[in-house]
Each structure stands twice: as structure tokens, then as C-alpha cells.
Ligand binder design. Structure first.
Ligand code: NAD
Ligand code: TYD
Length: 349
């Protein structure tokens, strides 16, 4: 089987690629990535010479390029992760999100259809998405697979649009599709603009920790390797046409998570207790900031037997160790125009 993984040089994609290349030597794994600021070949350096792995540089929204690679390689399956993925960037540059997340997904679907026409036997288009498509919860309740879509940010609405496109191609052209919607991931290789790696980086450098609003927004956190394992289970055992929610059953109010992170960092860096907490700075809230995400992943657990493999405390501790031991990676991924972004100014509340 030839599998095209898109976005394999990014955070989650790098873990999915490594897992598939190592666990399934009979598959040919192709990694298609544009290498935006978020994509970095350092993330998958260890597998670059493995015989069942090939890297292809290109843009998913470039129709002729996507046609040319499908003509050459005739991919049997797609695992589609490539996306613009950061909510804050979607607020300042929404059109990039529409182009990659919606147009790019439509291009992949269309070329997959053109390639296999009506003969989809043994083929699969698997779309990786986010729980943010469901919108924002109040104090109670969980997102189910049947929860109506209600995206609020340019990021989540562009992902919701891509989910709708995938379902439409499945329904109209009888294409074999699967979709999963996952909660917030954390772990190695995450670009240091998202909460956890940004704050680890700032604590090391003794820079302020910009907490948006009152810090009371809630996210459900899942270790990235557990997400990769869930994608593997859904890819191999999930039912065609179905959607699966993936989550860690692990809700944290931002400020509580930040306190835990500060305590662990003080210990690991052998700094005085309370040192990192002093860096906490409340800043103006994110525009349209979703209050709470919480996932009910019981369909995935009951039908496919998946469960998270680590507790949050274990996962977070390992994650911090990884960043502390990989300062060279940090230098490398932040050497581009990141510095300009990283030095952006916040307004104190
Ligand atoms: P990421 O930003 O770390 O990586 C995205 C990758 O896609 C990068 O390697 C980038 O170079 C590539 N890419 C971007 N635009 C491209 C284009 N036009 N053509 C080809 N490649 C392009 O993102 P991530 O956090 O690894 O997320 C991966 C997927 O999982 C996304 O679809 C995202 O919506 C979804 N997701 C992420 C999370 C999370 O917590 N990070 C949670 C649930 C779902
Ligand atoms: P983030 O990691 O950007 O993921 P998402 O917005 O997709 O959930 O943010 C996680 C939470 O942390 C979210 O409620 C916003 C908040 N946050 C901050 O308070 N400060 C920051 O600097 C960042 C990046 C996020």
C-alpha cells in the first residue's frame, strides 16, 4: 500500500509518519509537506534514510502539482494532516487558512477521485481534524460526534469547512472517507507558538508568560503519541464513512496547567520554588477566545479499544525533558522569521 501523509514535517504529522514507517515496513510512506514555518525536516531526521519513506516538497493547494504526484505514485490512501493550525495566526492572516485548509483539502479530494474514478476498492481518504469545529462549551457537557458544528475562529471554521468537503466527496462520489476530531495535543516537536512549548521556552529564557484574559479557559490535553496511536487504530479498524472524536479525558483550566508547568520547570531547572510563577503576565484576551473544549471519546474507546497510554503528569514531564534536551532543535526551528513573531508585543490587562 502506498500512503500519502500530508503535513508530515509538522508536529502531529511527524509522529504519525514515524509510527507508520517503523511499524509497517510493507507500506510505502510518502510525506508531502510545503515546509512552512511550522514544518521542519529536523522533526523526522531519524527516518529520512529508511527505505519505505519518501519526502515530497509541495503545496496541497497546487492542483497541477498534486495531479503530477498522484500520476507518478498512485497513492492508495491519504492521511491528511497538512494545515495552517494556529488560532492566533488565523486571526491576523485568515486567508492563508482558507487557502490551505479548505482549497488544499478540496484539491486532494478531487485528485484522489480523478485517480481512482469509481474503483475505490481498498482505498481510503482519512482526514485529521480538530474538536474546535464544534465551537465552545459552557461549564458542562462534552462534544459528541453528533454535536452540530459551530466554529468560531477563522482556524476552526476553515477546518469545519474542510470536514464538510470531505463528507461531501464521500456522500456524492461514494469516496471511502474517515474523519477524526481531536482535542489539544502536546509533546515533542510542537512549534513554540502554542501554549505549552511557548511557555517552556519562555521559562527557560526567563521571559514573561502571556496568559490571555483571566486564564480560565479550559482545554482537554492529549499526548501527541496517543493521538498518533488513535489515528493508526482508526486508519486500520475504523468504519468507512464514520467520524471519531479523540480526547484525553483531561480537562485543565489554562492557569492551573500553567501553575503545574511552572512547578515542574522550577524543579527540573533547579530554580527556587515560585521562580517561574513570577513570570506570569495577564495580557489582553484573544479575540473571540473559545471558553471550553471537552471531548467524549467513548465511541473510539468502545469500538476500537483505544485509550491514552500516559497520565498528563507523566506526559508533561516527558515533554518538558524533551524540550530541555533539544535546545538545538529549538534553535533550528526558530531560526527563520519566528523571532519577529516571538517578539510580538502584548498589552497587559
Ligand atoms: P503544524 O502546524 O505543526 O503542522 C502543519 C504541517 O503542514 C507543517 O509541516 C506545514 O509545513 C504543513 N503545511 C502547511 N500548509 C501546507 C500546504 N499548503 N501544503 C503542504 N503542507 C503544508 O500542525 P499540527 O499541530 O501538527 O496539526 C496537524 C493537523 O492536526 C492539522 O490538520 C490540525 O488541524 C490537526 N489538529 C491539531 C491539533 C493540535 O493540538 N495541534 C489538535 C487536533 C487536530
Ligand atoms: P493554543 O496552544 O494556541 O491552542 P488552541 O487555541 O488551539 O486551544 O492555546 C491553548 C490555550 O492557551 C488557549 O485557551 C489560549 C491560551 N494561550 C495563552 O493564554 N497564552 C498564549 O501565549 C497562548 C499561545 C495560548
Amino acid at each position: 500500500m502506498k500512503i500519502l501523509v500530508t503535513g508530515g514535517a509538522g508536529f502531529i504529522g511527524s509522529h504519525v509518519i514515524r509510527r507508520f514507517v517503523n511499524l509497517y515496513p510493507n507500506y510505502q510512506i510518502f510525506n508531502l509537506d510545503k515546509l512552512t514555518y511550522a514544518g521542519n525536516l529536523e522533526n523526522i531526521k531519524d527516518i529520512e534514510n529508511v527505505s519505505n519513506y519518501t519526502f515530497l516538497k509541495g503545496d496541497i493547494s497546487d492542483l497541477e502539482f498534486i495531479r503530477s504526484i498522484f500520476k507518478t505514485y498512485k497513492f492508495d490512501a491519504v492521511i491528511h494532516l497538512a494545515a495552517e493550525s494556529h488560532v492566533d495566526r488565523s486571526i491576523t492572516d485568515p486567508l492563508a487558512f482558507v487557502t490551505t485548509n479548505m482549497v488544499g483539502t478540496a484539491v486532494l479530494l478531487q485528485v484522489f477521485k480523478e485517480t481512482w474514478k469509481d474503483n475505490f476498492n481498498g482505498k481510503l481518504f482519512y482526514h485529521v481534524s480538530t474538536d474546535e469545529v464544534y465551537g465552545s462549551l459552557g461549564d458542562t457537557g462534552y462534544f459528541l460526534e453528533t454535536t452540530p458544528y459551530d466554529p468560531k475562529s477563522p482556524y476552526s471554521s476553515s477546518k469545519a469547512g474542510s470536514d464538510h468537503l470531505v463528507r461531501a466527496w464521500g456522500h456524492t462520489y461514494k469516496m471511502p472517507i474517515k474523519i477524526s476530531n481531536c482535542s489539544n495535543n502536546y509533546g515533542a516537536n510542537q512549534f513554540p507558538e502554542k501554549l505549552i512549548p511557548l511557555f517552556i521556552h519562555n521559562i527557560v529564557q526567563q521571559k514573561p508568560l502571556p496568559v490571555y484574559g483571566k486564564g480560565i479557559n479550559v482545554r482537554d490535553w492529549l499526548w501527541v503519541e496517543d493521538h498518533a496511536a488513535a489515528i493508526d487504530a482508526i486508519f486500520h479498524k475504523g468504519t468507512l464513512g464514520e467520524t471519531y472524536n479523540i480526547g484525553g479525558d483531561n480537562e485543565w483550566k489554562n492557569i492551573d496547567l500553567i501553575h503545574l508547568l511552572c512547578e515542574l520547570m522550577d524543579e527540573k531547572l533547579k530554580r527556587e520554588k515560585g521562580n517561574s510563577k513570577n513570570l506570569i503576565t495577564y495580557v489582553t484576551d484573544r479575540a473571540g477566545h473559545d471558553m471550553r473544549y471537552a471531548i467524549d471519546a467513548s465511541k473510539l474507546k468502545n469500538e476500537l479499544g483505544w485509550t491514552p497510554s500516559v497520565t498528563f503528569e507523566e506526559g508533561l514531564s516527558n515533554t518538558i525533558d524533551w524540550y530541555l534536551n533539544n535546545q538545538e532543535w529549538l534553535e533550528s526551528v526558530t531560526s527563520g522569521n519566528y523571532k519577529e513573531y516571538y517578539n510580538k508585543q502584548y498589552t497587559k490587562r
